[in-house]
Ligand binder design. Sequence first.
Ligand code: HPA
Ligand code: ZN
Length: 334
Amino acid sequence: IATHEFIAGLPKAELHLHIEGTLSLSMKRKLAERNKLQLSELSFTPLKVPPGSTGQKLDILQYKMFLDLYMQGLKVLHTVEDFYDLAYAYYEECKRNNIIYAEISFDPQPHTDRGIPFAAVIEGLQAARVEAAKTLGVESRLIMCINRDMTLESALQTLSAAKPYRDHITGLGLDSVEDGHPPIKFKQLYDLARAQDYELTAHCDVDMVNAAEHVRQCIEVLGVRRIDHGINVLDDPTLIDTAIERGILFTACPTWRDGDPQPRRVDRIKKMRDLGLKVSLNTDDPGYFASGYMNAMLPRVVECGALTQDDLVAYMRNAFDGAWLPEDERQEFI
Ligand code: HPA
Ligand code: ZN
């Protein structure tokens, strides 16, 4: 059966997805209008590859440019209803893409820093989560991501703010600008979160400075069970062994921007799997990347990576295996 149909029909799980990264232009317009925001805040620049970009330094600059856009965009979110609508729109995409299970990251700090109550964020997301399970049959969990370029104090305050909503939040993650903010900065946060039974993950963005060392710190210092991206595990053979031993799942994202010749990182993602590392495939920020949602991204990954349909099934199985579900519930998905 043809790749597109096979992918459309494959029941999928997505474990690495930033809800603020799903913001579409139409959603942005709708929320800006509802909240009576200036049109100047509506400018929307799709991610493009700058001409002549190859070196690592430039890639870090591009990450920062992307994160600036992302932080600009999320300012249209104000009320419980806004967070509900944003999340529910993603759940509708899940339905369209046959994603039957999702673990959704959200960033509380850029909202609470603007004076938006933590309650508005989590209540909107939680209400959408419940409604999507009931109406669309899409199951999901929430991952609270800490912005690593903010202080440890701010992170600890955010963990405290989450306490009344502990039941709604399954995991803790770490995202945003990595340069100069190693995982070890958040050891105290992760120790506290572990004591509160949060599941643990953290971003190690691709090709950042000290990338492999960051992967090592995530595993050995923070004690994560998953790593978001983490492709640079490949740079260190002993680290590869450690990750395999501990069964770490890497949530990789073969996304692309306007101007990228093909999905990024596919060769390395394949190599990771060939070495026996557990990897899953995810869309990260589908509102910003040209790769979009699963049913658009995966066919091109298959084409350029020479993956078979069996390979795809194996990647999806890794996602369901690494999902933060009780064993009995996991069995219902497999
Ligand atoms: N990397 C780091 N932080 C992020 C990302 C990402 O891809 N998306 C949203 N926050
Ligand atoms: Zn991410």
